[in-house]
Structures are given as structure tokens and as C-alpha cells.
Design a binder for this molecule. Structure first.
Ligand code: ZN
Length: 115
């Protein structure tokens, strides 16, 4: 699948958010346009969740905040067991987890192999 990660840009102040928020985090505006976030980002911070809600089969789950440059940040699942601050990642579309008998798909961020 060749999905592109799309962010949401506030039409009032230009702040880009992902995932989508009801209201702009900066100016509370509600008018958003879609904007492509690109295919490379940097890991800013992460947290590992060892206690998972029932029905999720992929422990431990790493969640992180990535930066696409220009202050554009996104929040999502980090697809590595050894996350490091500042590592290069790219958004990939795939199965995130299993919830009951349903597979949940979405974007996660996987390390870009360097060399
Ligand atoms: Zn705004």
C-alpha cells in the first residue's frame, strides 16, 4: 500500500497537526486543510507502554512524537524495540494492533535504515 501521511493545517494560523484535532491547538480555529507531511521525520520523544488495554496483542507498545521539520509534529506508534531520540523515521501504513477480532490499521513510524 502506498498511502501518504496527511496532516491537518489550520487555515487561520497555519499550525499543522496530526492526528486531526477538532480545534486548532494554537488558535482554536476549526477550519482545517489537508497537507502532506512528507516521508521523513525525527523522533523527538517516546514512551513505552507495558500495560496495554485488553485485546491489544503487540506489547510493548512504543508511542512517540516525531518532527517533520518546521515545527510540524505528529504522534503515533513507533515501530522499533529500540527507539532513540533523534533517530530518523518514516511513516508507513500497516497493521497497528488487534482489537478484539478486528485489525486496526493506521500509520506508524519505522526506522530508516542508514547504510
Ligand atoms: Zn490555528
Amino acid at each position: 500500500m502506498n498511502q501518504r501521511l496527511t496532516g491537518f493545517k489550520c487555515k487561520s494560523c497555519g499550525r499543522v497537526m496530526y492526528p486531526k484535532h477538532e480545534r486548532c491547538l494554537s488558535c482554536k480555529g476549526t477550519s482545517m486543510g489537508e497537507v502532506e507531511l512528507g516521508d521523513q521525520c525525527t523522533l523527538i520523544t517516546y514512551t513505552k507502554l507495558y500495560t496495554l488495554p485488553e485485546g491489544i496483542e503487540m506489547p510493548p507498545l512504543t508511542l512517540g512524537i516525531v518532527d517533520f521539520g518546521g515545527g510540524v509534529r505528529a504522534f503515533g506508534q513507533i515501530a522499533t524495540d529500540e527507539p532513540k531520540m533523534g533517530m530518523k523515521l518514516r511513516p508507513v501504513w500497516g497493521k497497528l494492533r488487534r482489537l478484539g477480532d478486528k485489525d486496526i490499521y493506521g500509520f506508524k513510524f519505522e526506522p530508516v535504515e542508514s547504510g
